[in-house]
Design a protein around this ligand. Sequence first.
Ligand code: FES
Length: 161
Amino acid sequence: MKKIDRRSFLNDVCPAIAISMIGATFLESCSKGSDDEGINVSLNTDPANESLGFAVKDNVVEVDINHPAFAKLNSDRWMNITAQQMFLLKISESSYRAFTNSCPHQGVRNSWSYNQSENRFVCSRHGNSYPSDCTSSGTTGNVLECYTTSVTAQKLQITKP
Ligand code: FES
């Protein structure tokens, strides 16, 4: 039997064996790393929404406040955007508030009205109401959740948590 030293064995045999044994795992792990680098975080923008007067990118909704779809926001001072599960309230030409449209009582989203004289949103499902100041509690003891808003160049940006 031919005697072979350890260094020769490692140089001649081990690379082939090592690749055959761990190659697939090694390559798979390398490919996972390169796939992650290719993820485009802006893919959440849906061009179809832009024709509806708003665009969504990650947790930010950008509303074109002059778009005809948002005429109700200017005429009634508020509107429910069911597609984004929130409603908007116009405070002034340059100031808006945004809220979840999930009623703090039981989560109903489409039974809202706005009482302008009391500055409260009213959920007609069970008659509870919530102040629109983002801080005061409503009839259930909960505050209607507000989102951060800003207006730049006739675009209202709403940042959801
Ligand atoms: S779900 Fe809105 S008041 Fe009950």
